[in-house]
Design a protein around this ligand. Sequence first.
Ligand code: 13P
Ligand code: SF4
Length: 338
Amino acid sequence: MSFALAPRSAAPQRLVDAAALYARVGGHIPKFEWDSFADDAAAIERLKIERDAIVLAHNYQTPEIYHGVADIVGDSLALAREAGKTSASVIVMAGVHFMAETAKILNPDKTVLIPDARAGCSLAESITAADVRALKAQYPGVPVVTYVNTSAEVKAETDVCCTSGNAKKVVETVVREWGVNRVIMIPDKYLAANIGRETGIEMITWDGACEVHERFTPQDIAEYRDAMPGVVVLAHPECPPEVVAAADYSGSTAGIADYISGRKPKKAVLITECSMADNIAALNPETEFLRPCNLCPHMKRITLNGIRRSLETLTTEVLVDPAIAARARQAVERMLAI
Ligand code: 13P
Ligand code: SF4
């Protein structure tokens, strides 16, 4: 598995030592590049101990965060699970706002920080709670499966959440348990179409899309195959269905990482955000990566210096109205139980 680092408690004192810190990232980041990060990284390690804090980082975070200071790295599902399990008093989410909100929903009594509150998501911004209420009125009795890439208010209107890592399982479970043959799956029209195609279940969806993944085309994939004959193409399910159909595998960011570490393809191209290949390349030296990608501007708002400031000042704290959080928690916990 490539997504879990050693727990923070393994040797916290050693990690404030500059040489030990570099050893942790060595192989992933050249020394001359690391020198500009070393100060912030050492401060973060000290602050984590002082504040009893943990840093959770999404797979799209840059290598100095992902390999340098994260205690847990993973896809949205792994981060939600780990947020639910941690005993730390403070959680710093190196990811986007909905991920921090999910951590807060699962930990109402902990301090959850996001280093840059502007780190949003085009999917989360595409839909409101009022939109979901209108859909439920239009399709009474149809279960609502909501992607975690949404606000707490939207989750509160939801029967069960899903991530790209468990969407198929969640939809199949809901259909079986509710005895229905269609679901409202929001807000990503492409994820809904991809899961609908895979399961044969009818999807009522929403006109949302990920601004990063919707830019890939089947033509891009044909060009990658021409440029690197024999390349294995792995696409995130937020890509349009014709892109997923042209790929060899589709899965969450953790699914993609596991495919590479488990199957060790000679050549691979990841149809997803840029940092993904950067983060897993050094862990998988037997695979040669073609590196086209699209940047997520929201994920890239999180920096090492921003994480340091967040821990120094305990900002920006993510707060969720307790009544909304209680309803949203039910939908997230139903997902985690599945
Ligand atoms: P994963 O759950 O696959 O990590 O995806 C989250 C995300 O925002 C992808 O764009
Ligand atoms: Fe949202 Fe897309 Fe960025 Fe993921 S990559 S956080 S879905 S905008």
